[in-house]
Design a protein around this ligand. Structure first.
Ligand code: ATP
Length: 482
């Protein structure tokens, strides 16, 4: 079945709100810039993404462990990591409306409309280069106005600990989860039996005072990251090979595990100019969002930069002693794959969206393991206690094993329409035939009879088949876990 790309940001935003994936936050007060809440379906989808990531990256690997560090870390952490001095975005202000923009994004939009013969690499441009470019090409804001000269804007959120004015300690909401892994490096070595090479993963909220707005949940002030620091001995492990292994892992997770279309994915290598000074290699796995190919998941070889910085700033020894050669004591190197969980969710929404024109329906074709609900259970009619009772039994049997939705509103057609729009792969109807099967059966087992059958309707093909209730959960789980 082909899936044409008819998706636009407006369609995704409106479906998300209409069906309860994503709501603008604090909407009754007029909302808050670049901030969103997740409704019932969004919450399930986020949880599925986290669980699949954790299972594949941590649980199923011998060489990985997970931690859960704080959002508030000691402020020196962020001085050591370089975030306090260098976690900056180039900010420009509209001279008339005083709206603020990311200068690099204004230049990128200008370049899309005014393609140049020679490639212009915007990422990594310094403030002077940005100012020169804006001046030379008369780059304007979307309102058509000039801008004031660009300034560096630090995107760390600051708050404070303590109650007495004047004695409060300034701290930061973490700008990435990774630093909590580095600051725990020696705790991890001392409390577990890991040996190089090994990785540490973590999922949690990060905060950035982002300037840019308007791309739905692509870039928000508060978001969730799933980050890995993979530590290795640079003398024993070839970093090129390790880097490629991780690239394959990332691709397999997005395409294989989450079922995202391969033609919507591509790798982009950071140029020398764009790459951070401490990184020897950086790639972005990009997805083609409705506004073009954009970073989904970054991977960087950060050498021993972070551990070295924390050693210098804390005065603590964060070196690793080779168990096979105790005279060898060194700072491990790391490769860091870092992804945003909300950005994966946004990709999943864009990739699943399908307008099935022939059948006049919208279908969210999530791979079943990703779908918020795997099954929906419908009693054919509401006024037949035997049918409703049997349907409830089926609901409770399935709900213990998979996300299941109960729906007895309206007619079956409307229920299918709704479940297609929220991406439920299987619609299960308990009808008169279920009861008939019930009466002819001879083998009782608990309250279910072995030969009871229900109708299972497939979301994508709309085909229906009768399945014995006692096979139902295993059959569905078999497909979901494929
Ligand atoms: P950009 O340059 O686009 O601001 P970045 O390269 O600084 O992003 P990283 O620090 O590498 O991003 O963060 C790792 C991942 O976290 C990104 O690939 C993205 O999926 C996610 N991410 C980063 N910032 C945000 C944000 N503001 N909102 C949602 N997800 C984000």
């Amino acid at each position: 079945m082909t899936q044409e790309n008819q998706v636009s940001l407006e369609k995704i935003t409106s479906l998300s709100k209409r069906r309860g994936f994503v709501y603008p936050t604090s909407e009754i007060y007029g909302g808050l810039t670049s901030s969103y809440d997740y409704g019932p379906l969004g919450a399930e989808l986020l949880r599925n993404i986290r669980n699949l990531w954790w299972r594949e990256m941590i649980t199923c690997r011998e060489d990985m462990i997970g931690i859960d560090s704080q959002i508030l870390l000691h402020p020196e952490t962020w001085v050591a990591s370089g975030h306090v001095s260098a976690f900056n975005d180039p900010l420009v202000e509209d001279k008339v409306t005083h709206k603020r923009y990311r200068a690099d994004h204004l230049i990128e939009s200008w370049l899309e409309k005014n393609p140049q013969d020679e490639e212009v690499v915007v990422a990594g441009m310094g403030l002077t280069e940005i100012a020169d470019f804006i001046e030379k090409h008369k780059v304007k804001t979307p309102d058509g106005n000039d801008v004031f000269p660009p300034k560096a804007f630090n995107i760390m959120f600051q708050t404070s600990i303590g109650v007495v004015e004047g004695e409060k300690m300034p701290v930061y909401l973490r700008g990435e989860t990774a630093q909590g892994i580095f600051t725990n490096f020696s705790n991890i070595l001392n409390s577990t039996r890991v040996q190089l090479p090994f990785g540490v993963g973590q999922i949690g909220k990060s905060f950035r005072n982002e300037i840019t707005t308007g791309q739905f949940i692509f870039r928000t002030l508060e978001f969730e990251q799933a980050e890995i620091e993979y530590f290795f001995d640079p003398e024993k492990t070839d970093w090129h090979e390790l880097f490629q292994d991780w690239q394959s892992q990332m691709w397999n997770f997005i395409h294989g595990t989450l079922g995202i279309r391969e033609d919507k994915l591509r790798w982009r290598r950071h140029s020398d100019q764009e790459r951070s000074f401490y990184s020897k290699e950086t790639y972005d796995l990009e997805y083609e969002f409705p506004f073009g190919f954009k970073e989904l998941w970054g991977i960087a070889y950060r050498t021993d930069y972070d551990l070295k910085q924390h050693m210098d700033h804390s005065g603590k020894d964060l070196r690793y002693r080779d168990p096979n050669d105790p005279s060898r004591v060194f700072i491990p190197h790391v490769i860091e794959p870092a992804v945003g969980v909300n950005r994966i969710l946004m990709m999943a929404l864009c990739d699943a969206y399908w307008e099935d024109i022939a059948n006049n329906r919208i279908v969210m074709r999530f791979k079943p393991n990703l779908a918020p609900y795997k099954a929906a259970v419908f009693p054919l009619v509401k006024n037949k206690p035997e049918i409703v009772g049997k349907a409830r039994e089926v609901f409770h049997m399935l709900a213990k094993k998979m996300g299941t939705n109960w729906d007895d509103r309206g007619n079956i057609g409307k229920r299918y329409f709704y479940q297609d729009e929220i991406g439920t792969p299987f619609g299960i109807t308990i009808d008169y035939q279920t009861l008939e099967d019930d009466t002819v059966t001879v083998r009782d087992r608990d309250t279910m009879k072995q030969d009871d059958t229900v109708t299972v309707r497939d979301r994508d093909t709309m085909k229906q088949e009768r399945v014995p209730i006692h096979d139902l959960a295993d059959k569905l789980l078999g497909i979901i876990e494929e």
